[in-house]
Design a protein around this ligand. Structure first.
Ligand code: NIG
Ligand code: FE
Length: 420
């Protein structure tokens, strides 16, 4: 049995006294409680095989382990849980980035056939092997940035063959890395050009051809729809969620990025695990989320990159909602999978306290992937996924020094990941 002991940890962050070997049923951290962020000073942490064996204060430190790491002056965090990404994609879209600098908006670019359709064209022309190679590189990069569990969506295929190709790549990434990955089917990301005059036929294809194959081969955990003007209507979103339900796929829905149009109410009606984006959000929608179990997932690096406004995080916290933070890593609105930067943006642009942002990026992110029992905090029996920082003076220093890589050592499934 291999074990790693981290000792003299200046602060062990997000400690959780529940014994997760018991598989306790738990809830995400809501509203004001997000700022409590339980910590232990001068601590040790013992990892055995791929699980957290125990932790405690230094005066109770076990004598030895197979490997001992002296963490003097450093903090140890649970790995980031990135609950919303589109990390499988082909090529890049920096020409659209330049178009936006010249004055076009994200929506105008999409209307011209750029945006998601641009990525879909590239993806269809890319082999599964090449797609896998590119996505594997990105996944290794985000693991070194401290991500220890991730959700990845399809949605750049937009044909039966290409959507299945994307989902197969996600399954292969799981096998190659051993990382905990949740797969989401996002066939309804855009209407493909060929179906522009007959959107009902494309939705039929999703429901009658894509979903049965995905269900049969167990290729996805969740279903997503881009519920937004110019993309999918609320009625279409409901129809697709209904169809997904027959295959046991719970919804995680893109909505309220640009418009309030009823996407949140629809997602809540279908017991969505999360609603994601929420750059625009009205009081009725906040009230709807208050009486639901759906998690509000905010993706601040998307409005940062496309120069849009940010979700009203403070208002949501005051309303007692649980918030998760994720990267939205994708080639169009967020070509970055760096969770530390998302945490900085949450603090700087949405006025979340460092403690609130860290809770949202760890434990609540885990819940947004239904992994609250196994990931996102330092607890006995949870997955041995942690990162150790460089020497830092306080927790707030992490989001404060937004451009510095402060992560020193990454451990995933009880193994140290090389930082090349
Ligand atoms: O979450 N908004 C919809 N989907 C992605 C962006 C997709 C793209 O531009 O390629 C998002 O921001
Ligand atoms: Fe997204």
């Amino acid at each position: 049995m291999s074990s790693i002991l981290l000792k003299n940890i200046s602060t062990l962050v997000q400690v959780d006294s529940i014994d997760h070997t018991e598989k306790a049923s738990l809830l995400p951290i809501k509203g004001e409680a997000m700022s409590s962020l339980p910590q232990l000073q001068d601590a040790w942490l013992l990892l055995r095989e791929d699980k957290i064996a125990d932790y405690g204060a230094m005066d109770t430190c076990p004598v030895t382990a197979d490997q001992v790491i002296d963490a003097t002056g450093r903090m140890v965090f649970p790995s980031w849980c990135d609950s919303h990404t589109h990390l499988v994609f082909a090529g890049s879209r920096e020409t659209e980035f330049v178009d936006r600098i010249r004055g076009l908006s994200y929506e105008e670019i999409a209307k011209r056939g750029g945006g998601i359709l641009n990525s879909a064209q590239r993806l269809r022309d890319t082999s599964e092997e090449l797609l896998l190679e590119q996505a594997y590189g990105r996944l290794q990069e985000v693991m070194r940035y401290g991500t220890g569990a991730i959700e990845i969506k399809s949605g750049y295929g937009l044909s039966v063959a290409a959507e299945i190709k994307m989902l197969k790549v996600i399954q292969r990434l799981k096998k190659m890395t051993g990382l905990t990955i949740k797969a989401t089917f996002l066939g309804a990301h855009a209407i493909p050009l060929a179906y522009k005059q007959n959107r009902a036929a494309y939705i039929k294809l999703i429901i009658e051809e894509m979903l049965p194959q995905i269900g049969e081969e167990g290729l996805a955990d969740y279903i997503d729809v881009f519920c937004e003007k110019g993309f999918y209507t609320v009625a279409e979103t409901e129809k697709i969620m209904e169809a997904g339900r027959a295959y046991g796929l719970k919804p995680k829905i893109h909505t309220n990025q640009f418009n309030c149009m009823g996407g949140i109410e629809a997602a809540v009606k279908y017991d969505a695990v999360s609603v994601d984006h929420l750059e625009v959000l009205n009081d009725a929608e906040i009230a709807c989320l208050q009486s639901s179990k759906t998690i509000a997932t905010l993706l601040p690096s998307a409005p940062f990159f496309i120069n849009d406004h940010y979700p009203p995080a403070r208002k949501m916290i005051e309303a007692g909602l649980p918030i998760a933070l994720a990267t939205d890593f994708n080639p169009g609105s967020t070509p970055s999978g760096r969770m530390s930067f998302v945490v900085s943006l949450a603090c700087i642009k949405m006025r979340m306290l460092p403690e609130e942002a860290i809770t949202a990026a760890t434990l609540n992110g885990a819940f947004a992937m239904e992994l609250g029992h196994s990931h996102g905090s330092i607890a006995k029996g949870k997955q041995a996924n942690v990162f150790m920082t460089k020497k830092i003076p306080s927790i707030a220093y992490l989001p404060y020094a937004f451009g510095t890589d402060l992560i020193d050592t990454v451990i995933i499934n009880g193994k140290i990941i090389d930082k090349v």
